[in-house]
Design a protein around this ligand. Structure first.
Ligand SMILES: CC(C)(COP(=O)(O)OP(=O)(O)OC[C@H]1O[C@@H](n2cnc3c(N)ncnc32)[C@H](O)[C@@H]1OP(=O)(O)O)[C@@H](O)C(=O)NCCC(=O)NCCS
Length: 317
């Protein structure tokens, strides 16, 4: 088969069992369900069990993506994990996932561009497949943000959750089905507005600055993502943005000329902000819901720490 691009052929996700509701949080810090729902739209989030690490979540999501596509470990020759919360520096999470799943000798890469990590990772896999360096890739976004959350800071602890999403990507000879060229970039002058640093290893952010940036700057970039796929936003079947705040998602969607039947992912309500995991998690649930027809265009867009952003259009597997 001649390869004219790559396409997402299966999806999977995993969330820890423990549910943390807004009422649970109200017993921990001075907050309440009304404030959280009205400011961010989150009702509950999942929290990893004691000892459960980023790699453990990534492994489960990857296993699901393999099973859902009917693949075995032998079918994969690249594993990329996007994460901002893996605490182990070596081995990287991709090697841990590969070992656990019995993937023999893959290119094994971790990427950290915070909340846009999955889209950066997907672009890397796409390019590797286009060049012939890779045949079939597992691309994963996985986070244990609970491990980098200050549980005494009500302005941040209500926002985050844990989880993982994964996709399998392989070559296609049909340009119609291929992942579109990525639009990616950053605003390094705003590096300080979201931080997890050595001396204060918890997520700290200037929430209103990020909110303003997201709601005023991103809509034109999202239109450009669609243009790179040769589409207008009103031709999209679904929009899966980073799940940072329901008001941001709805604010961006309002500025874009989506058709009434375009499905906008709002997984944040039940998952919170899971950084690099949020888009593949929401995508996997969307695909499994059957709301989007196979082959229909879905625009993915991540944004966050860095500040970084990236997006592309995929076709629903
Ligand atoms: C974080 C965010 C939800 C905060 O909402 P906000 O409307 O900006 O709220 P503010 O921080 O201005 O706080 C407003 C008030 O609520 C209070 N407050 C903060 N957290 C609270 C909580 N959990 N419960 C109750 N009150 C809270 C503040 O102390 C403040 O009180 P004051 O007016 O008496 O000083 C919002 O700014 C946001 O979502 N920003 C974008 C974050 C983002 O996308 N990050 C990307 C990460 S990838």
């Amino acid at each position: 088969m001649s390869v004219n691009g790559s396409r997402v052929v299966s999806v999977g996700h995993y969330q820890p069992e423990k549910i943390l509701t807004n009422d649970d949080l109200a017993k921990m810090v001075d907050t309440n369900d009304e404030w959280i729902v009205s400011r961010v739209g989150i009702k509950e989030r999942r929290i990893a069990a004691e000892g459960q690490k980023v790699a453990d979540l990534a492994i489960e999501a990857a296993r699901q993506a393999l099973e859902n596509g009917g693949f075995t470990a032998a079918d994969i020759d690249m594993v990329i994990v996007a994460t901002v919360s893996a605490k182990d520096l070596c081995p990287n999470t991709a090697c841990r996932v590969s070992d656990a799943l019995g993937i023999g000798a893959p290119a094994a890469i971790d990427i950290n561009t915070a909340c846009s990590g999955f889209e950066y990772a997907l672009a890397q896999a796409d390019m590797a497949i286009r060049t012939g360096a890779t045949r079939r890739a597992l691309v994963i976004g996985a986070e244990c943000l609970s491990a980098v959350t200050d549980w005494e800071d009500r302005s941040s602890c209500v926002l985050f959750g844990d989880g993982a999403g994964a996709v399998v990507v392989e070559g296609t000879d049909d340009p119609e089905l291929a992942i579109s060229p990525v639009l990616w970039g950053s605003e390094p002058s705003m590096s300080d507005v979201i931080r997890i640093e050595e001396d204060v290893p918890f997520i700290k952010q200037a929430g209103q600055t990020v909110f303003r940036w997201a709601t005023t700057q991103l809509a034109p970039l999202i239109e450009q993502v669609a243009e790179r796929a040769g589409l207008k936003v009103n031709e999209l079947a679904a929009f899966v943005p980073h799940q940072a705040n329901l008001r941001i998602i709805q604010g961006i969607a309002k500025r874009l000329d989506f058709n009434d039947d375009c499905v906008v992912a709002e997984d944040i309500v039940y998952s919170g902000n899971t950084s690099a995991a949020s888009v593949p998690l929401a995508l996997s649930k969307l695909v499994q819901s059957g709301k989007v027809a196979s082959g229909a265009p879905i625009l993915l867009f991540g944004f966050g720490g860095g500040l970084t952003y990236a997006g592309q259009v995929i076709r629903c597997p």
